[in-house]
Design a protein around this ligand. Structure first.
Ligand SMILES: Cc1cc2nc3c(=O)[nH]c(=O)nc-3n(C[C@H](O)[C@H](O)[C@H](O)COP(=O)(O)OP(=O)(O)OC[C@H]3O[C@@H](n4cnc5c(N)ncnc54)[C@H](O)[C@@H]3O)c2cc1C
Ligand code: SF4
Ligand code: SF4
Length: 805
């Protein structure tokens, strides 16, 4: 029997282990493998840390290879051990625990170190990086004790960390040195659109700020800037870049600048020593994303297996931001330069921006915001340097054939990586589809992990299903699960609540076999909503499953205070009410009183402990400015005062707001009533907009004036004010029953189609049934502040301030 060669891998991370995995397949039995890793964990997917931080996954869910995988493959694994020395003459490595192992071939895959800005005070407790499971655990733990975080760095990692903090209920400032975020991936328009979308999610940006000093005693209390201003913080995460981890390599005498220099076969300057991953420097580039590292790993594995391979010639990279609710894609060279021309599409109504950069009839880069479905196809064209001289410009941005052929999957080789994050190839996906009988993107994801991360490769996976299954593939049957805790879709969950008579959040999770028994920040609020929607009379709301603003019945502001927004029906008030508001504002030292866009008064800067007393003295209903519920009904003055008015918009608006106040809906609902088609109340961009026209009223559905501006579609025309209420009841109840939690009516109308919704509400029998169910739902609502004023327990639990020691 021939003696096995000894292969040692230093670094149990994504790049190194991926290369070993390939090698084991190509040359089983050729090497005796030993792996050293500084972290205590088996190989895990670092890019999914953001999901752990966001509460959508647990640590176990992100493990790529569990400990058994090493045993099964005969690999000796030393976790919790850092290799401190390489003897390149004796060909041995030695760890900090004193273990020495000899090698015939050595792979260094030591990754990167996060760069920590050497600010005065950077050594204080509560200042950290974001790179490992341990960092993630510290951040999750801190969120239980502390309330305010600062992330320094407005790049991909910083924004994902900031989103995680928001999910953990912390307030977060993102500090960035430039005036645009993600500037390395996005051009200015896309960057500004992203900033706006993230601000809508609650992120606060401090741009063009240079950090000067971290302040605090033992633990951080704030960040001082060069302009003299200070932002408070109990936790500071630096996400300002990475540096190749080359300490070990340098000590051993390998050539580094700044990463470990490698050639096209990943060989370093020392014989039998290779480097792969973020620590390696290839043709002047050290990559910081997984797709290129996997490409390097594939070449290295073939080389070590003595399988013929083309050299590694570098990668064209692309990125996607893994923050739910914002679709961002960036790839190749997206900046305009000499000799380049660009195709730009900016649809301000839909919040979509696309830019494709072209040079010498080839696409060299792209930025997509709002709709990233073109991303994978454009990347393919960039990589293959497709000549586009004969193509229509509109065809470049729009894949309108809808078949697998369009994305070119048929022509791809089996080795083509479809999902770069998880390194899944076309061959693996096609074999799984055939051998396991898979029929949907969701099943492919669960079976092969393709599209498990940002999901940007879903269109390609879908094309592969079409290509492999032919006409038997039903694209629309692809199932979207509520979150990664379950394999059930929204419709299946609602159906199970109805048919099995499920009555509380935990019961749904138990009966439907939730993978994560605690659920996550995505599924728990959704289940709470669905349960209340199905059983409005019997369900007891689970406030622990609600987002913090809804739990507190107040919006937390960026300085830790709250805002109080009493309801003003139809934006109409009177002197007595205004006096009362003024008196309360004075008595409680409210620093800012602001008129909102929804025609009411916002008292800003209220202390948590003053909330209930203020509401009691105001003696006005809650305006639900924090909730997934009816917010406002904006009105114009209408026929009572306006010479153009044909309808009494104020009276109609007041009646609507009184009817639907406190109604729980899948997402916030804004309405408006205008007294004539001049539309002064902006009825065209509301979830439901009413406009008085000659002889009646028009109802517009699914409008939105937010990030993705959408003009509402005409739902129906009615004659009387009573009919307005009746159609609105039916429309909103149908939205409540079929909308996904978190889905605005603009998305819902787009998904279901206005024709379908119109058919439902115009069918008299269906409309009456919907109205009856709406009546039941409305009959059980109560003002949340009344409940808090009347209950000592609620006051103690939610609003008393407990000093943290
Ligand atoms: C939160 C987060 C989100 C990310 N999101 C994305 C994304 O969406 N898309 C994307 O493409 N990329 C993303 N990345 C980047 C991606 O994770 C890295 O590019 C990839 O993990 C690098 O792989 P690597 O093997 O080179 O390094 P690592 O995965 O860091 O592995 C190196 C390992 O070596 C160990 N080590 C170092 N020195 C020694 C030693 N002397 N002895 C023993 N062990 C040692 C380290 O402890 C570490 O475990 C993200 C990164 C983070 C932190
Ligand atoms: S689409 Fe696939 S390859 Fe791309 S980043 Fe997301 S999971 Fe990774
Ligand atoms: S919408 Fe018409 S009725 Fe209302 S204020 Fe404007 S002009 Fe007057």
């Amino acid at each position: 029997m021939t003696q096995k060669e000894k292969l040692v891998l230093v670094g149990n991370g994504m790049a190194g282990v991926n290369a070993v995995e390939h090698l084991l397949k190509l040359a089983p039995g050729k090497y005796e493998v030993t792996i050293f890793g500084s972290e205590p964990h088996p190989n895990y997917n670092r890019i999914l840390l953001s999901y752990v931080l966001a509460g959508d996954s647990k640590v176990d869910d992100i493990v790529i290879h569990p400990f058994e995988w090493y045993t099964t493959n005969g690999i000796t694994l030393h976790t919790n051990q850092t290799v401190t020395d390489i003897d390149i003459t004796a060909q041995t490595v030695t760890s900090d625990k004193g273990i020495t192992v000899s090698y015939d071939k050595l792979i260094l895959a030591t990754g990167s170190n996060p760069f920590m800005i050497p600010l005065p005070g950077a050594d204080k407790e509560g200042v950290m990086a974001y790179r490992t499971i341990r960092d993630c655990e510290i951040m999750i733990d801190s969120a239980k004790k502390y309330k305010k975080a600062i992330v320094i760095g407005g790049g991909l990692l910083g924004l994902e960390a900031a989103r995680g903090f928001l999910n953990l209920g912390m307030k977060v400032d993102v500090v960035h040195i430039l005036d645009t975020i993600m500037e390395r991936q996005l051009d200015r328009p896309a960057s500004k659109m992203l900033q706006e979308a993230l601000e809508d999610q609650g992120m606060n940006f401090l741009l063009e700020k240079q950090s000067a000093e971290i302040i605090g005693d033992k633990r951080v209390t704030g960040l001082k800037f060069k302009d003299g201003t200070v932002a408070e913080a109990d936790l500071i995460v630096m996400a300002v870049g990475i540096r190749p981890n080359v300490e070990l390599a340098k000590k051993a005498g390998l050539e580094c600048n700044p990463g470990i220099i490698v050639n096209d076969y990943l060989q370093t300057s020392v014989p039998n020593v290779y480097a792969v991953g973020e620590c390696a420097m290839h043709r002047g580039v050290a990559y910081g994303l997984v797709a290129p590292l996997y490409e390097q790993g594939a070449v290295l594995a073939k080389h070590l297996a003595s399988v013929e391979t083309a050299p590694y010639e570098g990668s064209v990279v692309y990125t996607k931001l893994k923050v739910s609710g914002v679709d961002v894609f960036s790839g190749g060279q997206f900046v305009d330069a000499e000799g380049t021309k660009a195709i730009r599409v900016h649809d301000e109504f839909s919040g979509i921006y696309k830019k494709v950069v072209i040079k010498d009839n080839k696409i060299i880069g792209a930025v997509l915001f709002g709709d990233t479905s073109d991303g994978t196809r454009l990347m393919q064209m960039i990589r293959e340097e497709t000549d586009i001289s004969g193509m229509e410009k509109t065809a470049i941005l729009k894949d309108n054939s809808g078949s697998g052929a369009a994305s070119g999957v048929a022509d791809m080789s089996d080795d083509t990586i479809i999902c770069g994050c998880n390194g899944v190839t076309k061959g693996t996906i096609c074999s799984a589809i055939k051998e396991q009988g898979l029929t949907s993107v969701e099943e492919v994801k669960n079976c092969t992990t393709a599209s498990r991360s940002c999901g940007g490769c879903k269109p390609l996976v879908s094309d592969l299903l079409a290509y492999t299954l032919g006409t038997s593939y039903d694209k629309n049957a692809a199932k979207e699960t509520i979150c990664s805790c379950t394999e059930h879709s929204r419709d299946e969950v609602v159906e199970a609540i109805r048919s099995k008579g499920l009555t509380h959040v935990r019961e749904v999770m138990n009966v439907l076999g939730w993978k994560n028994e605690e659920g996550c920040s995505k599924c728990r609020p959704a289940l709470n909503y669905y349960l209340g929607m199905v059983n409005p009379e019997s369900y007891r709301d689970d406030s622990t499953s609600r987002f913090v603003n809804e739990r507190m019945h107040a919006n937390i502001q960026k300085d830790g205070t709250y805002s109080v927004v009493p309801r003003m029906y139809g934006g109409v008030t009177n002197p007595a009410e205004l006096k009362r508001i003024a008196e309360v504002a004075e008595r409680f030292n409210v620093p800012t009183v602001k008129l909102t866009g929804g025609q009411r008064i916002d008292l800003l800067g209220v202390k948590k402990e003053d909330l209930t007393a203020m509401w009691e003295e105001l003696d006005m209903p809650s305006g639900y400015a924090y909730g997934k519920a009816l917010r406002t009904v904006k009105t114009c003055v209408g026929e009572e005062f306006c010479r153009f008015g044909t309808g009494d918009s104020m009276a109609v608006g007041i009646a609507m707001e009184k009817r639907f106040e406190r109604l729980n809906t899948p997402a916030k609902v804004k309405m408006a009533v205008s007294g004539c088609p001049r539309n002064c109340a902006e009825s065209g961009i509301k979830d439901l907009g009413v406009v008085s026209v000659d002889g009646g009223w028009e109802l517009y559905a699914g409008g939105n004036g937010g990030v993705k501006v959408r003009v509402g579609d005409l739902l129906t025309t009615v004659k009387t004010e009573q009919e307005i209420i009746e159609y609105t009841e039916a429309y909103l109840q149908y939205y409540r029953e079929t909308g996904k939690y978190g889905e605005r009516t603009s998305e819902w109308v787009h998904r279901l189609g206005i024709d379908h919704i119109r058919d439902v509400v115009q069918d008299e029998a269906k409309r009456k049934e919907l109205c009856a169910r709406m009546d039941t739902a409305l009959s059980v609502t109560k003002d949340p502040w009344r409940a808090a004023i009347d209950s000592k327990k609620i006051r103690q639990d939610l609003y008393e301030v407990v000093e943290l020691t």
